[in-house]
Design a protein around this ligand. Structure first.
Ligand SMILES: O=C(O)[C@H]1O[C@H](OP(=O)(O)OP(=O)(O)OC[C@H]2O[C@@H](n3ccc(=O)[nH]c3=O)[C@H](O)[C@@H]2O)[C@H](O)[C@@H](O)[C@@H]1O
Length: 435
């Protein structure tokens, strides 16, 4: 330690003119360095500096590892125990299912149904902000109440997928995680490639490497029929004229899935959903946003086609879709490979899951008006060139034949169930909004 006398001497030697101080200090330091390097203690200094650098680097790596560990929302003994508990099968011959997109609309309903019948279910969801994440959290909370754990993570995280398969030998994967919405693809195209193409590949990679390999059931879309004009749409129809990037990524998904089936012996079933609606639905879809606007007295935009003035959709109620998903899973047939090696041919299937009764958009609005007891303020505009198709209509005979799929809810009934849920979830009473 330097004494007060030495400090005072320094003050004298180094006057307070800044430029001078620097020069003097530099001169003094270089003299010291010269002395140091010419002295016999040079090796001691070098060793000392090297030791300092080495300990700094190892400290950094400890910091890195621990901060990565702390930042990760998954991993650890407790987390693994939660995953195992959630995956426990509670019925003879039951399945252990990884449901991706479990906090989503279809994913949450399918997870609940699987859990209810005694299958083990582990959910995975990235809770992204495409629409109000609080709705996703509420769905996940509902699942948690029934003992279904939803892991917060992305299907593109291959380390996480690998870990999940290490912890649970899943018999099935229900892959419902996706970037949905037809028109949003023009605003954020890369999100579709990221989720629907890269995410699908990441998930199939994990499945093909798993031992045992699970059977995969995943969500394709009616939008793959694109500009197809032959009605009703059958699985054997051409699907090479997609009208939106969303549709193109789903179509790409079907081809990618086929290649994994062919190379690795993965059992894969793609389900083409037709405009699914119902309680706990997606706020970006027309029936949902129309309901919100009608209740708030705001105008709605109703698109009108050019050649066919009234657009139509084969709206399909969520309970029918869930039954279709479970039946597809139950009849999936096993994957033949293991640890990335094919041992024989495995099933590759594609099915339409629709309602077979298309309804026009103006008719949908009329039903909502009746259920809500309010008139909509309609702005009727020509359909912009934003990826929409004029109509959809499913032929469901393959799903009917192979696993008894038979939708039973018409739009009137299904929308009534949706409206009842909407009013209670968002706190409306007959007389108006509960503040
Ligand atoms: O069946 C499918 O595969 C697709 O179904 C829906 O897509 P879409 O049928 O376009 O559903 P909505 O966005 O709810 O639109 C339904 C109808 O309402 C019309 N619409 C939509 C929004 C609007 O403001 N006004 C309006 O008239 C659309 O043109 C369309 O005819 C989903 O959003 C997609 O994720 C899904 O893949």
């Amino acid at each position: 330690m330097r004494g007060a006398a030495a400090a005072a001497a320094d003050e004298e030697q180094f006057p307070s003119t800044p430029g001078k101080v620097k020069i003097e200090r530099a001169y003094s330091m270089s003299r010291q360095l010269n002395r140091c390097f010419t002295s016999s203690t040079v090796f001691t200094w070098v060793l000392f500096v090297m030791a300092l650098i080495a300990s700094y680097l190892s400290f950094q790596s400890i910091l890195d590892t621990s901060s990565r560990y702390l930042a990760a929302s998954w991993g650890g003994i407790q987390w693994e125990a939660q995953v195992r508990r959630s995956a426990q099968i509670r019925r003879t011959g039951g399945a252990a299912v990884l449901v991706t997109g479990a906090a989503g609309f279809v994913g949450s309903h399918v997870s609940l149904a699987l859990n209810k019948r005694g299958d083990g279910v582990v959910g995975l969801d990235n809770f992204n902000a495409y629409y109000d994440p609080s709705l996703k959290r509420a769905r996940a909370a509902l699942l948690a109440q029934r003992g279904v754990f939803v892991v917060a993570g992305d299907v593109n995280d291959d380390r996480l997928l690998g870990k999940l398969f290490d912890v649970v030998p899943f018999t099935h994967v229900m892959h419902l995680a996706a970037q949905a919405g037809v028109r949003y693809a023009m605003e954020n195209p890369s999100s579709y490639v990221q989720s629907n193409v890269a995410g699908l590949v990441a998930m199939l990679e994990a499945c093909k490497s798993a031992n045992p390999q699970p059977a995969v059931v995943w969500a394709s879309s009616s939008s793959v029929y694109g500009l197809n004009e032959k009605v009703p749409f059958s699985e054997t129809d051409q699907t090479d004229r997609p009208a939106s990037l969303y549709a193109a990524t789903k179509k790409a998904g079907e081809e990618i899935a086929h290649s994994y089936n062919h190379i690795y012996g993965l059992s894969i079933t793609g389900l083409r959903f037709f405009t699914v609606y119902g309680p706990w639905g997606r706020p970006d879809m027309a029936y949902f946003s129309f309901t919100r606007s009608i209740l708030q007295g705001k105008p709605i935009t109703v698109y009108r086609g050019k050649d066919r003035p009234e657009l139509a959709r084969d709206f399909t109620f969520i309970d029918d879709i869930v039954r279709g998903c479970l039946a597809a899973l139950d009849t999936a047939g096993e994957s033949t490979g293991s640890g990335g090696r094919k041992r024989g041919a495995a099933p590759y299937r594609i099915y339409n899951l629709g309602n077979t009764r298309p309804v026009t958009v103006p008719a949908l609005v009329e039903i909502l008006e009746r259920h809500l007891g309010r008139k909509a303020k309609k702005n009727i505009v020509e359909m912009p060139g934003n990826g929409d198709v004029p109509f959809t209509h499913a032929n469901i005979s393959s799903a009917q034949l192979d696993f008894g799929y038979k939708p039973s809810t018409d739009l009137e009934t299904g929308l009534w169930k949706f409206v009842r849920w909407y009013l209670s979830y968002y706190g409306y009473q007959r007389g108006g909004y509960i503040p």
